[in-house]
Design a protein around this ligand. Structure first.
Ligand code: COA
Ligand code: AMP
Length: 659
């Protein structure tokens, strides 16, 4: 698997990482040679202050040219760039680099024709179809900043993102396809624009890709006055294809919203040059991936995994990426992933542990595997949530290839810790995400920010500043929010929000979040935003949402609600109404089902809800009641109430007026 073609990926892991520390500028300037620049950078980094830095100052490039044109120019135009495989419609298509470049140039021209210029935002709300990749790269081609929103989010979540990013254009489709239903996007987009004040939202055009399988088209919205609704083909009619424009290295490529502690998602701002270099390094050093290789990343373009390892990473590297519309199980069976890997000769599978747990549940003996030839598969990469050792052993033994658990976040854009198979295959340890990657100096700090890194010592996982190229530089619309969210807690470090420890070999074990973020099937959700929704119910006085252990999804959200004085409710009805509210305001992806009505929530005397204690009780872990508890009898009442928890059905359609 070793591949030394990349200049900054030569030597042993230890040598490479040490060099990235000792000669940071030299290391990253060398890594930058993997990217095609219009104006090559002379410096690697400009450190403006302790909280502000820029990668490759003075450098100019275009991401779409790096992902497409350069491969066409190098004679690889006929190579497959994108393979589209939809288990939902049965469509299978291979799109070459030349073809994808032409599609992207045409759609970039269409965006321009709608008045989109460099720096303007374009919101992309598309299912897993090639149009999503085309739209993202088209934005990159003309310097528009895209913000992709996951299809499982509701209109209100879409609205929050429209309000924050202020897109000039929304690119969408009639809808997405879930195993049990078609998800119509257009009413959601219309509703989101309405929530933002109609014309006041500033969205000038909504470009719609009509899908046969889902009802709705731009024509249905012809009478809308808040924005022009245009069919995708009409938008492309007679436009001049756009050439890539040269952009400064720190030009924002995209904004990707992610959940934080509060209900307001944070718009992570990704630059162009740093991301291109960081990702190019990752494709070589971590994935050992290059031209001629195929990767199947089973995620969604709405998440960072999709941005980095369905779209930008594989195309920057000149390989082939598989875009799969379907599930790991049930579309039609637990062999779906193996079919794709063997059909397209994929070298790499990248997915979330939940997907493997879903396959394990359906097909523990891996019988489906025997139907396919997986000789092309060289490694499996997992991220998005903690990988439980049992599933790790199961898949490791079942596939017989290295299974790399790597740790990263929307914020960092590429893995912070991994097993760098492209440099050196290190011994794997179940439960560990292996070792830090170049540019990431990972430390364990205590609550006061003191470095307490030592084998076995548990604490907050922090990364010494500045972060590696490709990691976030800002939060959209607020450098102060960037500082307060990530840099203020431990001065000199980025606070990852995760807790864990190193072992004696320098392997990192990520154990869980330190904040109110939960991870449901690899989807990052804020319990704060779920609580905001539950308190909209007229009967709810206050509530707490916590992430509890889930065999399949890693975690699921459980709601504890205290009712307003004198409220008499039917438990099942209330639960159904709360589930309905969450689906309406956050989206089905929250998969919220469990509701427990309590007399009172356990709190400290200063009014802080004892979430950790509640979680420990629900998960059946040993717990200690804090001495500061307001009223210890509340705990007994809570334990009793747990016996009456309602597990509401998923598709409840009961309507409830928000109070
Ligand atoms: N658009 C609209 N709705 C969506 C959606 C999308 N893109 N993705 C999921 N949903 C809906 C589902 O239809 C489901 O709705 P329902 O409550 O009406 O049934 C709900 O959101 C929850 O979906 P999901 O989390 O997919 O759960 P599931 O029970 O349907 O499927 C798995 C379970 C394990 C198969 C599924 O979670 C999975 O594929 N996980 C892989 C995780 C992953 O790839 N994460 C990406 C992060 S890297
Ligand atoms: P996201 O930004 O959605 O990718 O979520 C990032 C969060 O997911 C991290 O902060 C971790 O809490 C969790 N996570 C991601 N990868 C891993 C991993 N390999 N092991 C444990 N937790 C992980």
């Amino acid at each position: 698997m070793l591949n030394h073609a990349h200049p900054a990926a030569q030597g042993s892991y230890r040598e490479v990482w040490d060099r990235s520390q000792d000669d940071r500028a030299g290391f990253w300037l060398e890594a930058a040679e993997a990217v095609e620049w219009v104006v090559a950078p002379k410096d690697a980094i400009e450190e403006r202050s302790l909280t502000e830095w820029r990668w490759f100052p003075g450098g100019e490039l275009n991401m779409s040219a790096n992902a497409l044109d350069r491969h066409v120019d190098a004679g690889r135009g006929d190579n497959a760039a994108l393979i589209y495989d939809s288990a939902m419609t049965g469509t299978r298509a291979s799109i070459s680099y030349s073809e994808l470049r032409d599609r992207v140039a045409r759609f970039a021209g269409a965006l321009r024709a709608q008045g989109v210029e460099a720096g303007d935002r374009v919101l992309i709300y598309l299912p897993m179809t090639p149009e999503a990749v085309t739209a993202m790269l088209a934005c990159a081609r003309i310097g528009a900043i895209h913000s992709v929103v996951f299809g499982g989010f509701a209109a209100s979540e879409l609205a929050v993102r429209i309000q924050d990013a202020k897109p000039k254009v929304i690119v969408t489709a009639s809808g997405g396809l879930e195993p049990n239903r078609a998800v119509e996007y257009l009413p959601l987009v219309q509703r989101a624009i309405e929530i933002c004040g109609g014309a006041a939202a500033g969205v000038q055009a909504v470009i719609v890709r009509d899908r046969d399988a889902v009802p709705g088209s731009a024509a249905d919205y012809a009478s809308e006055t808040s924005a022009r609704w245009i069919d995708w083909d009409d938008a492309e009619h007679d436009v001049t294809p756009a050439d890539p424009v040269a952009l400064p290295s720190d030009h924002p490529l995209y904004i990707l919203y992610t959940s934080g502690t509060t209900g307001n998602p944070k718009g992570v701002v990704r630059d162009t040059g740093g991301y291109a270099v960081g990702l190019s390094w990752a494709m070589r050093g971590i994935y050992d991936f290059g031209p001629g290789d195929t990767i199947f990343t089973a995620s969604d373009v709405g998440w960072v995994v999709g941005h980095s390892f369905i779209v930008y990473g594989p195309l920057l590297a000149g390989g082939t990426t598989v875009l799969y519309e379907g599930k790991p199980v049930g579309t039609p069976d637990a062999g779906a992933f193996w079919r794709i890997l063997s059909s397209y000769g994929a070298k790499i599978l990248s997915t979330a542990p939940t997907a493997l747990r879903a396959i394990k549940r359906e097909d523990p003996e891996l019988r489906e595997l025997t139907k396919y030839d997986l000789s092309s598969l060289k490694a499996v990469y997992l991220a998005g949530e903690r990988m439980d050792p049992e599933t790790w052993h199961w898949i490791n033994d079942g596939l017989g290839v290295p299974v790399v658990d790597h740790w990263w976040q929307t914020e960092t854009g590429w893995p912070i810790c991994a097993n760098p198979l492209g440099i050196e295959q290190l011994q794997t340890k179940a439960g560990s995400t292996t070792v830090p990657m170049p540019g990431f100096e990972v430390c364990i700090v205590d609550a006061d920010g003191n470095d307490i890194t030592a084998p076995g010592v548990e604490g907050n996982i922090a990364i010494r500043l500045p972060l590696a190229p490709g990691a976030l530089l800002d939060i959209w619309g607020g450098h102060e929010r960037f500082i307060s969210s990530y840099l203020a807690a431990f001065p000199g470090y980025y606070a990852s929000g995760d807790a864990g420890h190193f072992d004696e070999d320098g392997y990192l074990f990520v154990m869980g979040r330190t904040d109110d973020v939960i991870n449901v099937a690899g989807h990052r959700l804020s319990t704060g935003s779920l609580e905001e929704v539950l308190t909209m119910h007229p009967a709810v006085a206050e509530c707490a949402v916590i992430g509890v252990h889930d065999e399949l999804k890693g975690q699921h959200a459980a709601g504890f609600v205290a009712l307003k004085h004198g409220e008499q409710v039917h438990r099942e009805e209330l639960a159904a109404e709360l589930v309905s509210l969450v689906r309406e305001h956050v989206g089905p992806v929250a998969a919220f089902r469990d509701v427990t009505i309590v007399e009172r929530l356990p709190k400290t005397r200063s009014g802080k809800i004892l979430r950790k204690t509640i979680r420990q009780i629900v998960d059946g872990e040993p717990y200690k009641i804090p001495a500061t508890i307001e009223d210890p009898s509340v705990i007994d009442a809570l334990i009793e109430a747990l016996g009456r928890t309602v597990h509401a059905p998923a598709t409840t359609q009961i309507q409830v007026a928000a109070g």
